[in-house]
Design a protein around this ligand. Structure first.
Ligand code: NOJ
Length: 469
């Protein structure tokens, strides 16, 4: 297929993504309050590889102009980054904003625009004022209006120049790991009970932010706003297991996509059914999946102008017996595994499955009414080497699948975003999972940046608008 899918169409923009806590550093500078990740990394260093934290990270708070220089040189059309809630609104709620915090983002936005790079802004990429965790964080329903209030401030301050918004990045990862497995701040191990409660509040918070944009800002700011989901693709281990791959998809992608993008809204039917049944098997009186009122189902449905997709990998699926708690991986009743023919990445969670991306794009197109799709993350962690041919291969193969899906499946893909410009703080993985096109020397107080081979390769691809190796 190589020759046919090398021209990058004008309709597809290519950019780069990052997030506040992962790159900014400056954790206690100006008026900023400690965030959940500051507190978590300081109090529980053992939960993070090599006991590191994001106190300085890439120091992008001070070196943002440098980062933008690299974006410009590389030829990237847009930059997806996120706001730090604790920098802008240190108390988490109310209206007492930090001028210094707001000014920082104004400087970043203005510099991007000056360089012809479009800002794509995420309101929430996993960090919030630590004080919100004292009252339960995403488990406490009062966070819905607190988030809505914070989102309004973001629209007010930046919406004159920002025309592409993500409300919340990867709710699946936040809920599963912050409140389910405990890998992420605040480290609560409440299994699916915590995760589903978190998801419920996130969906409402997202919908409120969308509503506010729609009612108060859209008419004068004319931007797009949506949510960004992480979706894997799922393949049955054999033809008798096709149903299990569909169920796994609903428990992963569908959890946050169905309430927003499906015709009837609400959680996927199969999720409601299986969780109810399996809650019973696990000894709960009621389903551990909270219920939306009709009013909320309606309010959440259709609150995204685009389908924001983060794709990294895929899984194989098979059904497991539903009659005994011990056989389950989770409430889905589906067991996930890897296919031996898939190349395992440097980091074991990331099997390389490029064809999973094109078939996922097709599935999303057909399932969710052909919404414009923005791929807002795709990337690969290596062993850190400067000659990162494995990253080049990963990106090449995935971009090829995107071009194929646009041409053959007529998928309406508007953007492809690489995770990420700089090596950065990879959450519980610390600095041991380098995803950057650019190496950062974390032992150097100046955080020197040196572009890798993949950066140079992409620069050529973008200048020629051709996907070549
Ligand atoms: C998902 C997240 O949005 C981002 O923060 C993370 O670093 C990458 N994927 C890689 O794991």
């Amino acid at each position: 297929m190589d020759k046919n899918f090398s021209d990058i169409p004008k309709s597809l923009e290519i950019g780069i993504a990052s997030s506040a806590y992962q790159i900014e550093g400056a954790w206690d500078i100006d008026d900023k309050s400690p965030s959940n990740w500051d507190t978590f990394s300081h109090n529980y260093p053992d939960k993070i590889a090599a006991r590191v934290n994001g106190d300085v990270a890439c120091d992008s708070y001070n070196k943002y102009a440098d980062d933008i220089k690299w974006l410009k040189k590389g030829g990237f059309k847009f930059y997806r980054f996120s706001l730090s809630w604790s920098r802008i609104l240190p108390a988490g709620s109310g209206t007492k904003t930090s001028k210094k915090g707001i000014d920082y983002y104004n400087r970043v936005i203005d510099k991007l625009i000056e360089n012809n790079i479009t800002p794509y802004l995420s309101i929430y990429h996993w960090d919030h004022p630590a004080s919100l965790d004292d009252i339960g964080g995403w488990l406490n329903s009062t966070i819905v209006e607190k988030f809505a209030n914070y989102a309004r401030i973001a629209f007010q301050e930046f919406g004159d120049r920002v025309k592409f918004w993500t409300t919340i990045n990867e709710p699946y990862s936040i809920c599963t790991h912050a409140y389910g497995t405990g890998y992420f701040a605040p480290g609560l191990k409440l299994n699916e009970v915590g995760a589903y409660k978190c998801g419920h509040n996130i969906l409402k918070a997202h919908a409120r932010a969308y509503e506010i944009y729609d009612n108060e800002f859209r008419y004068k700011q004319h931007g797009k706003i949506g949510i960004t989901n992480t979706c894997m693709n799922f393949f049955p281990i054999n033809n008798n297991e096709i149903k299990s791959s569909k169920i796994a998809f609903e428990f992963n992608c569908g959890w946050f996509a169905n309430p927003i993008f499906s015709k009837n809204g609400d959680y996927p039917k199969i999720m409601k059914k299986r969780i109810k049944l399996n809650s019973h098997y696990k000894g709960y009186k009621n389903s551990i999946l909270p219920k939306f009122s009709f009013k909320w189902i309606r309010r959440i449905r259709n609150t995204s102008d685009y389908f924001g997709l983060n794709y990294y990998t895929a899984k194989m699926t098979e059904n497991v017996e539903l009659n005994n708690v011990t056989g389950w991986d989770d409430y889905s009743g589906v067991r996930l595994s890897n296919n031996e023919s898939w190349t395992v990445g440097t980091h074991s969670w990331l099997n390389i499955v490029p064809h999973g991306l094109s078939s996922l794009l097709k599935l999303i197109k057909n399932k969710y009414d052909n919404k414009p799709i923005y791929i807002l993350e795709n990337g690969f962690p290596t062993d850190g080497s400067m000659q990162d041919d494995d990253r080049i291969d990963y990106l090449y193969l995935h971009m090829k699948q995107v071009l194929m899906a646009i041409k053959n499946y007529k998928c309406n893909v508007k953007a492809y975003t690489i995770w990420t410009l700089l090596d950065n703080f990879e959450w519980a993985g610390g600095f041991s999972s380098p995803f950057g096109l650019i190496y950062v020397n974390f032992t150097d107080p100046n955080r020197e940046r040196i572009p890798r081979k993949s950066y140079q390769w992409l620069k050529t691809v973008l200048s020629q608008q051709k996907l070549i190796l």
